[in-house]
Design a protein around this ligand. Structure first.
Ligand SMILES: Cc1cc2nc3c(=O)[nH]c(=O)nc-3n(C[C@H](O)[C@H](O)[C@H](O)COP(=O)(O)O)c2cc1C
Length: 364
């Protein structure tokens, strides 16, 4: 019905879901920035799968449960956060708005959620720490070929109050992202956006792709910060990570930006969460494809402790800096709370696989 058709929103007030925010962001971002933020690798099969898998999962609500008081709070590192929806590390927020990571980190603080800063950030860790005040703040690490430099960075992070290192392990090289090439985001193009993106080219040449599991021992020898590993796909790798004594893992595929045709984050989560269900002190996060509150619920039902979100927050940032990011969190929170209530659940600990419908249709 044309009268009720969705139009491209003109501002944040006209955005009622993440899809609206994405549409508005597309109108705001330059061609190069959009290609960089939006793109996945190869044919973007994994990028689409991350998202589509959620629509295939059916919820299975309980009724006649008193849901007048729903609590979405979660404890991470002894801190009580407002929601199990966290800020995934993403490079170069200044492509979205002039204050970049300073705005996104401030929004995360205001919303009382966890912020993870990327090694490829376009603001410094000190600037971000100042903007994020005493918020819970982690740092995503790409290891430098010169380990002394990484060590110095980590020691500085400790001083600045970052409380965990998130080692990304699914990117020994960058995935083949055609949208970047098509938008001609090659190094010469990037040098246009000088201070922001010059950094990026610099990082590409100094990133180490030679390390193996021994790197965890090295990290533990230089810092007391907790260590998480980001980009785990397989059960056997999840089990090694646990044996190595890391605090937890991000199950995901870099938002479909690395190896195309790997399974979606949710598909990978299911066997990993089962294999790790008896490990009490080992956090499993889902990272990739979340666009709705029901997606958050489904991820938790399959065993994730919380979820990390990438692109939606970049869209929010592009639409309205700090306010845009807050709007994204507000929308997802409100959808998630509605989903909890309609499923008959009051607390995160109550969410489990019994809320997923698993029956197959009989053959007729
Ligand atoms: C533009 C962009 C930049 C990213 N940069 C990084 C990065 O620097 N380090 C990292 O570990 N992951 C990076 N990621 C991956 C995200 O942390 C996260 O895994 C992914 O965005 C989750 O998928 P989603 O966008 O569907 O939520 C980036 C993702 C995007 C979209």
């Amino acid at each position: 019905m044309e009268k009720l058709e969705k139009k491209i929103p003109r501002n944040l007030n006209e955005c009622f879901n993440i899809d609206d925010i994405e549409k508005l962001a597309i109108t705001k971002l330059s061609k190069h920035s959009l290609a960089y933020y939006y793109g996945g690798s190869g044919d973007e099969i994994t990028l689409r799968r991350n998202r589509n898998i959620f629509n295939k999962i059916k919820l299975y609500p309980k009724v006649l449960v008193n849901v007048s008081e729903t609590d979405t709070s979660i404890i991470i590192q002894n801190r009580k956060l407002a929601m199990p929806i966290f800020f995934a590390p993403a490079a170069m927020h200044r492509l979205a708005c002039p204050s970049g990571e300073k705005d996104s980190a401030k929004a995360a603080f205001e919303m009382n959620t966890l912020y993870c800063l990327s090694t490829h950030s376009s603001c410094t860790p000190s600037e971000v720490a100042a903007a994020n005040k005493n918020g819970l703040r982690w740092y995503q690490l790409y290891l430098n070929k010169n380990r002394d430099i990484s060590k110095k960075v980590i020691l500085k992070l400790e001083e600045l109050g970052y409380s965990a290192i998130v080692l990304t392990v699914d990117a020994p090289v960058a995935g083949y992202r055609e949208r970047d090439h098509r938008a001609r985001i090659g190094e010469e193009e990037l040098s246009d956006s000088a201070s922001i993106i010059a950094n990026f080219g610099f990082f590409k040449n100094i990133q180490d792709s030679s390390f193996e599991w021994e790197i965890i021992d090295w990290l533990k020898s230089i810092t007391k910060l907790e260590i998480y590993i980001k980009g785990i796909h397989r059960v056997d790798d999840a089990l090694i990570a646990r044996e190595k004594g890391v605090k937890g893992i991000f199950v995901g595929n870099h938002g479909g930006r690395q190896l195309d045709t790997v399974p979606s984050a949710l598909e990978m989560l299911i066997p990993i969460a089962k294999a790790c269900k008896d490990f009490k002190d080992f956090d499993i996060f889902l990272d990739g494809g979340i666009r709705r509150g029901v997606d958050v619920f489904k991820a938790l039902a399959f065993g994730a402790k919380a979820v990390f979100i990438g692109r939606p927050l970049l869209w929010g940032l592009a639409c309205g800096g700090e306010q845009g990011v807050k709007r994204v969190f507000e929308i997802l929170m409100s959808e998630f709370i509605t989903c909890m209530k309609l499923c008959g659940v009051n607390k995160l600990e109550e969410i489990n696989e019994s809320y997923i419908f698993k029956e197959k249709l009989p053959k007729f």
